[in-house]
Structure formats: C-alpha cells, structure tokens
Design a protein around this ligand. Sequence first.
Ligand code: ACO
Length: 323
Amino acid sequence: MIRSIVESCGAYLPERVVTNAELAGRIDTSDEWIVQRTGIRARHIAADGEFTSHLATKAASQALQRAGMTPSALDLIVLATSTPDETFPATATAVQANLGMTRGAAFDVQAVCSGFVYALAVADSLIKNGMAGTALVIGAETFSRILDWNDRGTCVLFGDGAGAVVLKAGQGQGTAADRGVLASTLHSDGRHHDLLYVDGGPSTTGTSGFLRMQGREVFKHAVTNLAAVVGETLSKAGLEAKDIDWLVPHQANKRIIDGTGRKLGLPDDKVVQTVERHANTSAASIPLALEAATSDGRIRRGQIVMLEAIGGGLAWGANIIRW
Ligand code: ACO
C-alpha cells in the first residue's frame, strides 16, 4: 500500500513582532485581557510588500532543503490559504514559479483555519492513487491584511506566517505500524457561515473585506467537534487516544487547545503549543507548530502525531501520521 511519508518541515515568520503591549497602545485592550482569554502574547506581522506567496516560498524552500530535494523533483504543490496574493491565479503557482519548478501541478485549498488539514488530506489522496510521488503541502497566511484593526474582539487574535511539509510516496503494509499519513477526516457545516466569515469578496462586494466573528459561538463548537473528529480519525487508524505521542492542534486559542487535550485525556506535555508567540495564523498554524516540535527534537521518527483544526465554514478535520 502506498503511504505519504513526511520527509521534512519548514517554517517562516515575518521579522516584525507585535506584542500585546504594542496593541494596547493603539486600541482599547490589555496584555492581561488577551493572555487570560487566549494565551496569546505576541504575533508576527508581514511587512509592506511581503505577500502570502513570499512567506510560503521561504517555508517551502526550508522544507525542501531539509528533505535534500530540489524543486525539480516535486510533482505537486498544495497550498492552504484564505489570504491569497490575488483572487486568481492560485498563490501556489506563484510559489511554484518562485521555487523554479516548471513541471507538475500547483493549486490552492481554501478551508480557512482547517486549510492545512484539508491540504494534507488532498495531497495524501493524490499520492495514494499514484497521481504524485512527491508533494509540498503549505499553509501560508497574511491575516493582518483582512483584520479590522478597530475591532478589538478580533484583531488581537491573529498573526502572519507560513509552514510547509514535504511528502514522499513510500510503501506500507496497510497497518498502523506503517510510517506516513494513516488516516484523515474532513467535515464542514455551511449553516454556521455567520459565526466566522470575511464580509467581502470578488463576487459580492468587489473588495477583499474584513474578518467578522462571533467568538463565543465559535468557542462552543470548537472543543466538541475537535474531540469528536480526533476520535473518528483514531478509530479509522485502529488506534486509541493513549497511542497519541503528540497532539498538534490548530493554534487558535490556549483555552480551546487545553479543553480539547483534556477531553481526549492527554497530558499537557503531549500537546504542542505555539499560540503564545504566533497567535492564530489560520492555515499556517499547524505546520508552524510541527516545524517547532520537530526542530527541537520533540517529535521523533516512528511516533504517532495527531493534527486537528476547526475554523470558518465551519470546516474541521484531523490527520493522523506515523512520523
Ligand atoms: N480587549 C479587551 N476587552 C475586550 C477585547 C479585547 N481585545 N475584546 C473584547 N473585549 C470585551 C468585549 O467588548 C466585552 O466587553 P463587555 O462585556 O463590556 O461588552 C468583553 O470583553 C467580553 O467579550 P466576549 O467577546 O464575550 O469575550 P469572550 O470571553 O467570549 O472572549 C474570545 C472572546 C477570546 C474571542 C473568545 O470568545 C474565544 O476565544 N473564542 C474562540 C474564537 C477563536 O479562537 N476564533 C479564532 C478563529 S476560529 C478558530 O481558529 C477556531
């Protein structure tokens, strides 16, 4: 059986760090309020002229270099973003050109904060059915560009960044002992549009719009749906919560992450958290957290890693990987 094996991770964060204290100098908020409600202390913000494709290209280049692979060896780029450079073409094609990759295919996936989980599932499917032997899966965002900086209920929550993984087809026995992506689960429920959306777009207002959110309502859906989708994904792989070595959640909010970990019965030291210094980077948050926990040696070859996310749509999902 073909398995998509994770060869490497890469990450890029814009240089500029904006602390809660700096935000408190501009809007009516405080470090204490933000930390208590979200666990966020700082976020990175892209410079003028620094686009989602630039962030993505830097993360992708690092992942490729760590995999010892040249762009010409890539068959596929799947880029998860809700903040593309332009309405079209896909930002993935800008990354393809930046990398100097002249063959294969590159396209975007839009599932907001669940984008990386969706993109990984798509790339894994294309590898499993033989359409690609190698793939770059990227999550990259410049959410700072779609924030209403006068809305203190949302602008303090998000940041910019990019993360990437390189996948390569390998052989397995079709059991949970195989290395690679073991199972994925994707869900959405469009009835919840109004809980989290951007109030613009090419077909509606003709502008790119700003993010709008009913935070409390999103919170209510998050922990329940995330614990359920993790359970569903574990059972597809024939594993149990106790088999998870690392939970790498979408980094929206420390309270959501802690609540999900508790619901799954996982100790805090098995849960990777970067929300404190990255804030919510939407589709980039999971690959950024993966890069952090692989670079510092926490995630090791052979371990079971569970990824999960929920966001606008609502759309949610999970992937389970033997690293
Ligand atoms: N600083 C200070 N006060 C604030 C701020 C702020 N930045 N933002 C809101 N407030 C005030 C409100 O005005 C309100 O004041 P009032 O009582 O005088 O009217 C008070 O704080 C409470 O506001 P709520 O919105 O009810 O605050 P809540 O406790 O729900 O916390 C939060 C808000 C942090 C957004 C919370 O609802 C949450 O974490 N939701 C999850 C949403 C999330 O993480 N979304 C990310 C995208 S989706 C995803 O990735 C999962």
